[in-house]
Design a protein around this ligand. Structure first.
Ligand SMILES: Cc1cc2nc3c(=O)[nH]c(=O)nc-3n(C[C@H](O)[C@H](O)[C@H](O)COP(=O)(O)OP(=O)(O)OC[C@H]3O[C@@H](n4cnc5c(N)ncnc54)[C@H](O)[C@@H]3O)c2cc1C
Length: 399
């Protein structure tokens, strides 16, 4: 692959970077203050204001390769932009490039009917509503999605949905208006990968109850959050089915590739920021007569962090390039590899940054504890490390 960014990418890197400098970093404290004032689950004024600015500047919907709806960038072109946005946890939403909406928009763009696109994709692309992907269930080991037990039963012109989901990210946000729900339409099908379907469930449908938010290491991740949701005899029109009965796995495959690589891109940005903070702190903090940066293990940790971040970036760019050139399916091994490597790298780098800040590192003053919590979840979300390792090993052995 050619490692050089195209002129178009370089120009966008400069613009996203300038936007981060001008509008995101100076507003980090404002975001925290707004979340901590009043209803934590109400969206913040700062994000809504900045969304307008980003949209005006054309820094909007930069994801979505191979689609008339996006900015026309390939995965490889989008990678460094997504990395920049990932430096601040709430920044991606300002550019309408946040999870899980990007993955959900990708599903609607690829598999939605014209009517579904009009009703749900358009407002999502405009950033007017938010969405949620409801697959994982508390009752079963959901790393094996064939275990999913929720039912989707046809009844005349409708489907009746029953099930309990958790870790439905974004489900607590009042702007979240649509769930992509995974369940079984044909539990007896001999092919376990044809039992599942995905269907669109509007949030205000009777029978949908958001039960609680699930904290992550004590962080509620408001106003986004991760919800436990009960679906009791929820009726939706048959036209809400995505792609067709029994095609849930097919959609999951299409959705998870891009969703996973975006998480990895953002994690690189998060790790870069942590390394920056770590170097700053180590240079400026004096203990035992000299800056901590010059003492014992710190040179090694700084060097190791730089190596780990750059290694991961190259792996991610390689995966992006393969997705662009041979498609998401053939790039499955590369996607699996980065899904394992990026969260582990980010956790290690952020952990060192926390250590470098002493007690301050585990407080909320430097954003490192929250960054660690979020990076750690990505060893689980979108499938745990072990499952991806099994897949990578299987493909390696097959080869
Ligand atoms: C912050 C966060 C956000 C999330 N967002 C969403 C979302 O928006 N939508 C959604 O549907 N889900 C979401 N999830 C859920 C996530 O995808 C699941 O937690 C994950 O797939 C694991 O499923 P599980 O929790 O049921 O763990 P289980 O399947 O019970 O697995 C438990 C553990 O068993 C081990 N294990 C499982 N299989 C194997 C194997 N084959 N080999 C070796 N070990 C194995 C792993 O260590 C694993 O962690 C989110 C999770 C988190 C933490």
């Amino acid at each position: 692959m050619n490692f050089e960014y195209s002129e178009k990418t370089q120009e966008l890197i400069a613009r996203v970077s300038a936007f981060m400098d001008e509008h995101i970093y100076p507003n980090e404290q404002r975001f925290i203050d707004e979340v901590n004032t009043g209803d934590r689950w109400e969206h913040t004024a700062v994000v809504e204001e900045l969304k307008v600015k980003a949209k005006e500047l054309g820094l909007w919907n930069l994801f979505l390769p191979e689609s008339e709806h996006g900015a026309g960038l390939t995965n490889l072109e989008y990678a460094p932009l997504c990395e920049l946005m990932g430096r601040v946890l709430w920044a991606p939403e300002v550019f309408n490039c946040n999870a899980p909406d990007t993955g959900n928009m990708e599903v609607l763009a690829r598999y939605g009917t014209e009517e579904q696109k009009k009703q749900w994709l358009e407002p999502l692309l405009e950033g007017e509503i938010r969405s949620c992907f409801a697959m994982t269930e508390p009752a079963v080991a959901s790393s094996d999605a064939t275990n999913i037990e929720s039912s989707i039963v046809r009844d005349g012109d409708e489907y009746v949905i029953n099930g309990r989901k958790w870790w439905s990210s974004g489900g607590n946000d009042p702007r979240c208006k649509i769930f992509i729900f995974m369940g079984k339409t044909d539990p007896e099908n001999e092919n376990r990968h044809r039992q599942q379907s995905m269907i669109l469930v509007p949030r205000d449908t009777p029978g949908v109850t958001v039960l609680r938010h699930l904290p992550v290491f004590g962080y509620d991740d408001a106003p986004h959050g991760h919800a436990e949701i009960l679906f009791e005899n929820v009726r939706v029109p048959a036209s809400n089915m995505l792609l067709g009965e029994g095609r849930g796995f097919e959609i999951a495959q299409g959705r998870l590739g891009p969703g996973r690589i975006h998480h990895c891109m953002r994690l690189i940005g998060l790790a870069e920021r942590a390394l920056e903070k770590m170097c700053d702190r180590l240079k400026n903090r004096v203990a035992f007569g000299k800056p901590v940066a010059l003492q014992t293990v710190w040179a090694e940790r700084i060097a190791e962090a730089r190596i780990m971040i750059d290694q991961t970036r190259f792996l991610v760019l390689n995966a992006a390039w393969k997705m662009d050139t041979v498609g998401n399916k053939v790039a499955a091994k590369e996607i699996g590899m980065i899904k394992i490597a990026a969260p582990q790298m980010a956790c290690q780098v952020i952990d060192w940054a926390i250590q470098a800040h002493g007690g301050g590192g585990v407080s909320d003053d430097f954003g490192l504890a929250y960054a660690y919590a979020m990076a750690r979840t990505l060893r689980l979300a979108d499938g745990p490390d072990e499952v991806h390792r099994n897949q990578v090993a299987k493909m390696e052995l097959r080869g």
